[in-house]
Write a protein that binds this ligand. Structure first.
Ligand code: C2E
Ligand code: MG
Ligand code: MG
Length: 774
């Protein structure tokens, strides 16, 4: 089993530790019990031995108390001296009747024994005599194969004539000896056998415990005081030996006391069982307690883990802090952390869904909101409208008054739009673009109210500005069913509103979509055209009224469309500008124009139209350098035509580029002057070489007085600023005369020539030269 969970590991660890401690305690206890039992048995044995010693000497005295008077008795002595065995036997008989079961006999000095019963063995007599002769007075004697406690008394007349010996069989009173012991002692008499070893007196069985031999070897013949050391361990028993009889100073008979240790230990068994039971109970308790503790630790950790996982999925739960310990602190920190995360997440979410400048919902939120609204409407039915609003004058304010004022203006406009559209969802979707989701209200009148409100002047940083607004309107479900569709349709409608002259609301119509589709088709086509070389340059001459000759040719792009035939720039330049394709197209036009012009007479320049978009890309100067270098055309033979829209961008980088081009000698012409803003400030901001007066003025030159006045004013101004002028779209001779009278320097138009393919430029020049010569 693997302890994978913290809870099981803690429980196992605690239980195991406790179990180990219990085993150690049990072992120590076992040792202590054994030691204590040992000591107890030892001292009991010693005490028993002391008691037995006392009893032994008491009995000895008793025996002596009987033997001594008889040995001193005159008649008895006389009987021994005279070999009167009958009297001796009678006296001994009397004695036997006085002391229970005595053995009594006389050993005469001559070695004869009187009074010994026939069944008693007399074979030891000689040994006994020796013993007696050397002064033996008391001890153990083997009489008839049985050991007796015996005493001897000298019989003197006065010379020593023998000894009176009386004894009592030991076995008979062994019980008396051991009965007084405090412990159940096994007592047995042992004696030395003929071979020197020890045998049990009663059975003759050899004593196998070597301890006994050792004990007896260093035991004093008479022990008055016993000490603990005299009891010895023998196997699982404790033994103690006491000398009973000696022969010539050597112990020949001894009492062996034995006590089984396992018996002594038995009384501790209950203690062992009690400890075992207590240990088991403790183990169960410990397991339960550690499980509880583990739960206490693990539960909050598991809760933390769960909360962390929930947090991972963006759900936040506050955990309850139930203690003030480490886990409590951890829980507390976790709560603080998750609150912090939630807070930051909310902030990030807010940032993701709001515009930083106005704090209004942004395009992302708008998309999700429209999705939600449409989903609701799809279910319940109903209508909604989307207004896309774009400021008309923001660019000018931003360019002329700076970004800070522009930002402040956007904020005020945001407030205004929100105010007018109260109750509707309003988002800022771009620089000066706002969107309103209109439900349950008339979108058109709301749009009108918005335009009216934004026509009211705003005071921004001390400046009075008029924001002005154009609005595109798309309706659900008529114009589109999805958020993407509606946003696109409203945007198309907004473009239409701008194209139609700004300051108005335009509703989306199907043709706008068709137009957009057409543009998309053109875009794909343009890519292909560029790759396949489907473009071609046509050239239209500019006639110099001062010198009465062609001064330049303007390069005008044509598209040899494989299906549609020759397509004019009006149909694709705008799309090319929107998609950025104008950059590579313009580069091709420039190279091709320079290349063609290089084949013309040196007096002729080539005019090339540049789009504002080209100026917005870095590196335009390099492109011009390269075109001039590779074609070998002199820089002053190239005339770059730009339109006023370039100045709407008004960036320093664009002016820089213009100046760089002018520095290397390239001429700069301002095309289509008089349309658009036609601010005279443009003429001050850059020293143009030429101003091209828009065809619309020439068209009305002869019929409208205002037109001729404008043309006159422009030519005068240009002359004053030392700039040339070219009148565009000259179709009639009278126009030429009028323009000449105004001081216009160049004319361009169908009167002289329509734009012609490159191959027709030189023939045209030759024809003109021929006409002049004629
Ligand atoms: P633009 O630069 O003002 O060119 C003059 C336009 O007026 C030309 O139209 C020309 O064909 C036309 N035009 C000239 N004389 C007369 C006239 O007597 N009567 C009438 N009705 N029209 C006349 P086109 O070629 O269609 O070019 C239109 C515009 O396309 C150009 O206006 C120019 O802005 C742009 N464009 C042409 N080629 C390029 C080009 O290579 N690059 C860029 N960026 N724009 C080009
Ligand atoms: Mg032009
Ligand atoms: Mg023009």
């Amino acid at each position: 089993m693997k302890f994978r969970s913290l809870q099981s590991r803690i429980t196992a660890l605690y239980s195991l530790t406790f179990g180990l401690v219990m085993v150690l305690v049990a072992v120590a206890m076992q040792q202590a019990i054994a030691a204590s039992a040992d000591a107890k048995v030892r001292s009991e044995l010693v005490a028993s031995a002391a008691v037995i010693d006392r009893l032994w000497s008491m009995r000895e005295r008793e025996l002596q108390g009987v033997a001594t008077p008889l040995a001193l008795d005159f008649g008895f002595r006389e009987a021994v001296a005279t070999d009167d065995d009958a009297t001796i036997r009678s006296a001994l008989g009397n004695l036997a009747s006085r002391i229970n079961l005595p053995k009594a006999f006389v050993v005469r000095y001559d070695g004869r024994v009187v009074g010994m019963r026939p069944e008693d063995d007399a074979s030891y007599d000689e040994a006994l005599w020796d013993e007696l002769d050397s002064g033996w007075q008391s001890g153990a004697l083997s009489i008839g194969g049985k050991t007796h406690q015996a005493v001897a008394a000298e019989i003197n007349t006065p010379a020593l004539i023998g000894w009176l010996v009386i004894g009592r069989e030991i076995d008979a009173h062994m019980n008396d000896l051991t009965a007084n012991s405090a412990i159940p002692v096994d007592a047995s008499v042992i004696r030395r056998a003929a071979n020197g070893g020890w045998v049990f007196d009663a059975s003759g069985r050899p004593v196998t415990q070597p301890q006994i031999t050792a004990l007896l070897a260093d035991m004093p013949t008479t022990a008055t005081r016993l000490n603990q050391r005299e009891a010895r361990r023998a196997g699982d028993a404790m033994v103690l030996a006491r000398p009973l009889g000696t022969s010539h100073g050597v112990v020949t008979t001894a009492l062996m006391l034995e006590f089984s240790l396992s018996e002594a230990l038995a009384e501790y068994d209950y203690l062992k069982y009690a400890v075992l039971l207590a240990g088991l109970a403790g183990l169960v308790l410990m397991a339960a307690a550690s499980m509880r503790l583990a739960k206490h630790i693990v539960r909050p950790i598991a809760a933390l883990e769960q909360a962390a996982r929930a947090l991972e999925h963006g759900e936040r739960t506050d955990l309850m802090v139930v203690s003030d310990d480490e886990i409590g602190k951890l829980t507390h920190s976790f709560n603080a952390m998750s609150a912090g995360i939630a807070q930051r997440e909310a902030r990030i979410r807010h940032m993701a869904y709001h515009d930083a400048l106005t704090d209004m919902p942004n395009r992302l939120q708008l998309g999700e909101h429209v999705d939600a609204v449409l989903a609701g409407l799809a279910e319940r039915g109903g209508q909604a409208a989307l207004l896309c609003l774009d400021l008309d004058n923001f660019k000018i304010v931003n360019d002329t008054l700076g970004h800070l004022v522009g930002d402040a203006m956007i904020k005020q406009v945001g407030d205004r739009v929100t105010g007018v559209c109260e109750g509707h969802f309003v988002a800022r979707t771009g620089g000066d673009e706002f969107c309103v989701v209109v439900t349950g209200a008339d979108a058109e009148s709301l749009a009108k109210a918005l335009i009216a409100s934004l026509n009211q002047p705003l005071i921004v940083a001390g400046h009075t500005v008029r924001a002005g607004a154009s609005i595109g309107l798309a309706r659900y479900p008529d114009d589109g069913l999805t958020a993407d569709d509606l946003l696109r349709q409203a945007d198309l409608a907004l473009h239409a509103a701008k194209a139609a002259g700004r300051g108005r609301c335009h509703r989306f119509t199907a043709d706008l979509d068709a137009e957009a589709n057409r543009r998309r088709a053109v875009e794909t086509d343009l890519h292909r055209a560029l790759a396949n070389g489907e473009f071609e340059l046509y050239f239209q001459p500019l006639f110099d009224l001062t010198h009465n000759r062609f001064s330049a040719f303007e390069a005008l792009i044509r598209w040899n469309h494989p299906e549609r035939g020759l397509v004019g720039p009006g149909e694709f330049i705008a799309v090319a500008e929107e998609t950025g394709l104008i950059v590579p197209i313009g580069e091709w036009v420039l190279k091709e124009a320079c290349h063609q012009a290089q084949t013309w007479p040196e007096t002729l320049r080539v005019a090339v139209n540049f789009s504002t978009v080209q100026f917005q890309m870095p590196g335009l100067t390099g492109v011009v350098f390269q075109a001039l270098a590779t074609s070998g055309l002199a820089a002053d033979r190239l005339e770059v035509e730009i339109t006023e829209s370039l100045f709407l961008e008004s960036s320093g980088a664009i002016l820089d580029t213009l100046h760089k081009l002018k520095t290397i000698g390239v001429r700069i012409a301002l095309d289509d002057f008089g349309t658009g803003f036609s601010s005279l400030s443009y003429l001050r901001r850059f020293p143009f070489d030429k101003i091209k007066i828009d065809r619309s003025f020439i068209l009305e030159l002869l019929s409208e007085k205002e037109a001729s006045a404008v043309v006159k004013a422009i030519t005068d101004l240009a002359a004053a600023l030392d700039m040339e002028t070219t009148a565009e779209g000259v179709e009639e001779l009278e126009q030429v005369e009028a323009l000449r009278a105004f001081g216009c320097t160049n004319v361009q138009g169908y009167l002289f020539s329509e734009p012609v393919p490159a191959g027709e430029v030189l023939p045209m020049l030759e024809a003109a030269a021929a006409r002049r010569a004629a």
